[in-house]
Design a protein around this ligand. Structure first.
Ligand code: FES
Ligand code: FES
Length: 153
């Protein structure tokens, strides 16, 4: 059984058909927006993070029904054309990404933090990214990148 799902993703309105319990992750990736990654599939890693009306959510745990009428931002929605978002720039410059699986979720989590707290302390950065796991970088470069992005705002 599917039902109508109208939402906006990265500023584009969509009128979709989906089972209400379909994972938002699958809806998004099914539209070709494959920057949203599946790591654990059970809410533990943050790789599938997207912004739902500005709030960071794990899309692997979010039923499509929760997205009805919502405005969703995925990693594809952050850059402006060829110009990377300042958080993306900082990750690039500080080596905050290696394999890249965690990176979309990390960048969106950092963006969400800086949207509500433009000058976070290191502890606040650690807390804000605590739901995002990275098996490659050891986190230090990621934290540096977020600090740098906060300085540039
Ligand atoms: S894939 Fe969603 S939290 Fe890991
Ligand atoms: S860069 Fe590989 S998991 Fe973070």
């Amino acid at each position: 059984m599917t039902s109508r799902l109208r939402c906006t993703i990265n500023g584009t309105p969509y009128d979709l058909q989906a089972h209400p319990m379909t994972r938002l992750l699958d809806v998004i990736r099914g539209l070709g927006l494959t920057g949203t990654k599946e790591g654990c599939g059970e809410g533990e890693c943050g790789a599938c993070g997207v912004l739902l009306d500005g709030m960071l959510v794990n899309s692997c745990l979010t039923p499509a029904a929760h997205a009805a009428g919502a405005s969703i931002t995925t990693i594809e929605g952050l850059a402006s054309g060829d110009t990377l978002h300042e958080v993306q720039e900082a990750f690039l410059e500080h080596g905050g990404a290696q394999c890249g699986i965690c990176t979309p979720g990390m960048v969106l989590a950092a963006h969400e933090l800086l949207s509500r707290n433009p000058e976070p302390t290191e502890d606040e950065i650690h807390a804000a990214l605590a739901g995002n796991l990275c098996r490659c970088t050891g986190y230090l470069r990621i934290f540096e990148a977020v600090l740098e992005a906060s300085r540039r705002q």
